[in-house]
Design a protein around this ligand. Structure first.
Ligand code: ACO
Length: 431
């Protein structure tokens, strides 16, 4: 706790408010007792200035384009780690040693299957069902089959096991939903394969057409999942915390997070980016038309993949992804015209005053879709891929909230009422 404090003058009275300082020097005015002491609340739509919690998981500095998980730079993790090592780090606070990683890998294998009864669920979605709605339904339903959450001593219960279960099963659910959507037989998890290889195999292996897992493809997927693994109090993570604060189980909280991520302003942007690039390409690369549309306040069109609530200089993840995107297309020898459209759009936007003055730069989603496309993931699965990556962050944030006995309260914002004040009730014949 810092020695500094803030003073607030209200109705002729001065109140002293403590300052809370984070380990990287960010400062907050602690208003936890504001209502009790002053009768006032604060109004902050979109929570632009509101810290909803303290957290030791992810640090980001939007002005300088810094993103660290548990103190490690995202660049180092993306370059050197497996996704499940990073998941372990985010969940447990430290990178695993050899034995811990082996145990975690064993857990990923042990829990990879889903209950056979759940497989029938897939048959009852309409053919064009959104993979995100399937994912949220299936994740929420896991609680019915694997409810053991409280007993940490039980080898099949407790939060450690539930976490491993969810991390492993979500990958199986995602791949099965894809296979079902294209009418192909399911490919079950293969214990000989690592996390990313296993997912790719479940997605793309076919009877009589064995899938060959290219190391470059598995490595690109690994990188993408790492880059999405946590991003502090974004919309879906805040949703997970808020829903979890009501005391609901982890599966239900994560299912809510999946739904929040679905939105085109959030995780749905990676799909929206690709659709936008296809649109521009199909329209004879008429960049000016779409840039003009994006700037027109009467038009709801926005350039997907540009802008970020927190990053106002650059998104460090976008830098890594842009490089990875070139590497993947090169090693797989894929010529994708959409990459050219993306590069040209980025170049034009960079030189445009509207985007410059509003600090709108490519975000993580701008190039991720092109990589997913190159490795064969269908467009409507892009946001599902984001969810697979974000899962360790959601779970870690949920667990951190539960473990914080001092500040764990049900999330319940206030409002300023602007409707009619009390008026006399009119019986039906007088209305
Ligand atoms: N295209 C055109 N104009 C934009 C864009 C865009 N992509 N993004 C923001 N603006 C403009 C707004 O119209 C606004 O202009 P104004 O000041 O003249 O009214 C100004 O920039 C500020 O925008 P806000 O919406 O207030 O910024 P906010 O921080 O609330 O929103 C967001 C951030 C949602 C990411 C926004 O930039 C956006 O909609 N981007 C496109 C969708 C997208 O790529 N989302 C993915 C985000 S990354 C993620 O979730 C993983």
């Amino acid at each position: 706790m810092s020695q500094n404090f803030a003073q607030l003058c209200l109705d002729g009275q001065t109140y002293t408010l403590p300052i809370v300082e984070g380990t990287a020097g960010e400062k907050a005015i602690d208003i936890r007792n504001l209502l009790k002491e002053t009768g006032y609340i604060t109004l902050d739509s979109g929570y632009m200035n509101t810290g909803s919690c303290t957290s030791a998981i992810t640090y980001l500095d939007g002005a300088q384009g810094i993103l660290n998980y548990r103190g490690y730079a995202i660049e180092d993790l993306a370059e050197n780690c497996q996704f499940i090592e990073v998941a372990y780090l985010i969940l447990n606070g430290d990178l695993p040693n050899f034995g811990e990683l082996e145990q975690f890998k064993r857990d990923m294998k042990r829990f990879a299957l889903i209950h056979e009864d759940m497989i029938h669920f897939f048959d009852h979605f309409p053919p064009n069902a959104s993979p995100m709605s399937i994912l949220s339904t299936m994740v929420g339903s896991l609680h019915n089959y694997y409810p053991e959450m409280d007993d940490e001593e039980d080898p099949y219960g407790g939060i450690t096991v539930t976490t491993a279960r969810l991390l492993s099963k979500i990958r199986t659910i995602a791949a099965f939903s894809y296979k079902k959507s294209i009418g192909h037989p399911l490919v079950y998890p293969n214990a000989k394969l690592n996390y990313c290889q296993n997912f790719l195999n479940m997605m793309f292996d076919r009877p009589n057409m064995p899938y060959v897992i290219k190391p470059e493809v598995a490595s690109a997927l690994n990188k993408l999942l790492i880059l999405h693994a946590d991003h502090e109090q974004n919309c879906s993570t805040s949703t997970v915390r808020l829903v979890g604060s009501a005391g609901v189980n982890l599966y239900a909280s994560i299912s809510a997070g999946v739904n929040a991520l679905w939105g085109p302003l959030h995780g749905g942007a990676n799909q929206a980016v690709l659709e936008m690039l296809e649109l521009i390409y199909a329209d004879d690369c008429n960049y000016d038309k779409y840039i003009k549309k994006a700037k027109n306040k009467e038009d709801s069109f926005r350039l997907s993949g540009f802008g970020h609530r927190v990053y106002k200089t650059f998104d460090p993840r976008a830098r890594i992804i842009k490089k990875a995107c070139h590497e993947v297309l090169e090693t797989l020898d894929i010529q994708d015209p959409l990459l050219d459209v993306a590069l040209e759009l980025e170049r034009r936007v960079k030189n445009d005053d509207y985007f410059q003055t509003r600090n709108l730069y490519p975000n993580v989603d701008f190039y991720s879709g092109i990589i997913y496309r190159a490795i064969g993931i269908p467009t409507n699965m892009f946001t599902v891929m984001f969810a697979l990556g974000r899962l360790p962050g959601w779970i870690a944030q949920w667990r951190e909230m539960k473990e914080d006995k001092v500040n764990s309260r049900i999330g319940r914002p206030r409002q300023i009422y602007t409707g009619l004040t009390l008026r006399p009730f009119l019986p039906m014949h007088e209305r």
